[in-house]
Design a protein around this ligand. Sequence first.
Ligand SMILES: [Zn+2]
Ligand SMILES: [Zn+2]
Length: 349
Amino acid sequence: MTINTMRAVVLHGKENVAIEEVPVLSPGVGEVRIKVERALTCGTDVKVFRRGHHARMIQPPALFGHEFAGVIEAVGSDVDEWNVGDRVVAANSAPCDNCFYCLHGRQELCEDLLFFNGAFAERAIIPGRIAAKNMLRVSSNTPLECAAMCEPLACVVRSLELAPVEPGSTVVVLGLGPIGLMFVRLCVLAGCSVIAVGRREARLRLASKFGATETLNIDEQDDVVSKVRDCTPGTFGADVVIEAIGTPEAWSSAIAMVRKAGTVNLFGGCSAGSTITLDTARLHYDEVTLRASFHHTPTSFRRALQLISNSEVKAPSLISTHISLDEVPRILRELADGELDIIKACVVS
Ligand SMILES: [Zn+2]
Ligand SMILES: [Zn+2]
């Protein structure tokens, strides 16, 4: 039977997404077509839904969604490595490996990063470059919905490569969305003592389950910065503070929570054009280091799949609900309105 169309979520602009019938394409040279089995919602999707676009990742009209895993159902010409029936997870991008940044070990900053969107669909064509460089086989004992979490986890892995944490360090993780919770887990695995700071009780409990030694509910503190400092050895402040909220206020708080000679990892992306004011004394007299990171690399993507496959990161605990493709527009709307308290929704197509 020839399949001519499929259902997919299409982004049309600001707060405008729709389920549509779109053509099912044949894979071209180097490409593969995946039957998407599981896709996940992500904070970036909600951001894009609100703004209608993302400068680097997606411009409407476009197929939407970027965290997914599935099974290969067709391969294009010149594809030797992949076969129909392979269970795979593909990253949402692949670097060129030729530009200045790629050649200097910073593939996440590739000048020609090729992005994929279209995970909220029944099928997906994976561009040749991604199929060749950033698509991985998923073992039969790793659920595809767990493998779909490789992309965000790879960003966290990359971030900790650029701003490493030492065993025995006291690390504050500010913000307990999926990314913050992944930071909690990786810092615990690295032997750190983690203070998890968030807002919702269920997430604070999950942070404890992931191994955080201390949890603080922001809403219950008058002065969260001094409360955090009180929890650190000698009340000096944390050795490392990881910001995973993405607001200028949170960036400023993170900088205020670190000890002298400590490191602040500013992970959360704030809205375009936003700025923060820096207390110059904090940087100069206190010798504070500021780091930031964006995205992932093929190496961190591979490491993420290992962490999920061997259950060092318990992906199932980050999935709050399962939904159908038809429910995606409503869920995005509710997430954007702040009406819904879920960590990640898994889309079963
Ligand atoms: Zn994502
Ligand atoms: Zn490049």
